[in-house]
Design a protein around this ligand. Structure first.
Ligand code: FAD
Length: 310
């Protein structure tokens, strides 16, 4: 089942990245267990990385010398107002299912790319909604012991772009999740979802490959006293008081700055877009420049929202 030298560029929303030395595509839990048993027999002692739709990962041009597990476990089942979905199911498919079945609760995620597994792990959120608001249970499998575990929402340690799967359970792969929704009016759900999609299409640089927001927004309390007057006017409540990092990057004159074919987006400066043949190092240089510039001007330490695979 395990393939060699698979180009990760083809699995990256950024269209950046070298090959995976070892690559396992899984469409079911059985595929995962069989693949991991095969991996154990190879006894290579190399790291494992889980890949969803690659909408949040900057992948090195050198690739990854380990096993990449591409999670394509799909399927959606309904039980009253709860749905159980495979973690490899694209969020967009789950949203369409919710609309078809008049289930409300995911409208905020209209246009959110990526898989359910990626959204749960990073507690993806937008428009004051967060994945944690609808997750009832998460089922995962430990990559070392192959043990399956079900966690209730309260056991997932959800926080801003964080869950237990980024911390103590980072050696587990999410295989499915149960989502709690509410009955709603199909037309209204559809309308609210489309509003979000249209907003994204208008405000985000969707015309170029990208991996969404580069940096996390800035918690209001982290703004140094001497800059509060200047920056507080831009504060928003989403999902708690923050200063949009896009505004700060704009104020630092970073909009449009280019390194090779990577560019701090002219449309939304928290996106770094790939104009054609951007390299991993080009993006990294822009990230470093943004961090240094914001620190020098406002004394704020930016923190990446994107993940690295190197
Ligand atoms: C245009 C655009 C807009 C975006 N807007 C938003 C937004 O509004 N809000 C937001 O929060 N994010 C946003 N993102 C970022 C991204 O879409 C989300 O973080 C998404 O949830 C990532 O899902 P993915 O399947 O692509 O994960 P990947 O990018 O493939 O992986 C991301 C991380 O999750 C891990 N992972 C993936 N699947 C699993 C699994 N099954 N089990 C355990 N770990 C796993 C990976 O190892 C990696 O560390 C945006 C991205 C783009 C390109």
């Amino acid at each position: 089942m395990i393939q060699n030298g698979v180009p990760l560029k083809d699995y990256s929303n950024y269209k950046i990245g070298g090959p995976a030395s070892y690559f396992l595509e899984i469409q079911s839990k059985e595929d995962l267990i069989n693949g991991l048993n095969e991996w154990k027999k190879m006894n290579l002692q190399k790291p494992i990385f889980i890949l969803g739709k690659g909408t949040n990962i900057l992948i090195s041009d050198k690739g990854f010398d380990g096993l990449v597990i591409h999670n394509a476990i799909k399927g959606i089942e309904k039980n009253n107002n709860e749905i159980t979905a495979g973690a490899g199911e694209p969020v967009s498919e789950i949203i369409s299912y919710c609309i078809d079945n008049s289930l409300s609760g995911l409208e905020w995620a209209g246009g959110l790319p990526g898989t359910l597994g990626g959204a749960v792990r990073g507690n993806a959120g937008a428009f004051k909604g967060e994945t944690k608001d609808i997750v009832l249970k998460v089922v995962s499998i430990n990559l070392n012991t192959l043990e399956e575990k079900t966690r209730e929402n309260g056991e997932c340690a959800f926080d801003y772009r964080y869950s237990v799967f980024k911390g103590e359970a980072s050696d587990e792969i999410i295989v499915s999740s149960v989502l709690g929704l509410k009955p709603g009016d199909k037309e209204t759900i559809n309308k609210l979802t489309n509003e979000k999609i249209n907003y994204r299409n208008e405000k985000h640089p969707m015309e170029y490959p990208n991996i969404g927001s580069t940096f996390k927004n800035i918690r209001k309390e982290l703004v140094p006293e001497e800059f509060k007057n200047e920056l507080m006017q831009y504060a928003k409540d989403d999902p708690f008081p923050i200063i949009p990092v896009a505004k700060v990057l704009y104020l630092c004159n970073l909009k449009g700055v280019r390194e090779g074919d990577a560019q701090i987006s002219l449309k939304h400066p928290n996106f770094i877009v790939n104009l054609g043949s951007a390299k991993y190092e080009d993006v990294k240089k822009l990230i470093a420049l943004a961090k240094v510039t914001v620190k020098e001007k406002y004394g704020i330490d930016l923190e990446e929202e994107i993940m690295y695979l190197e």
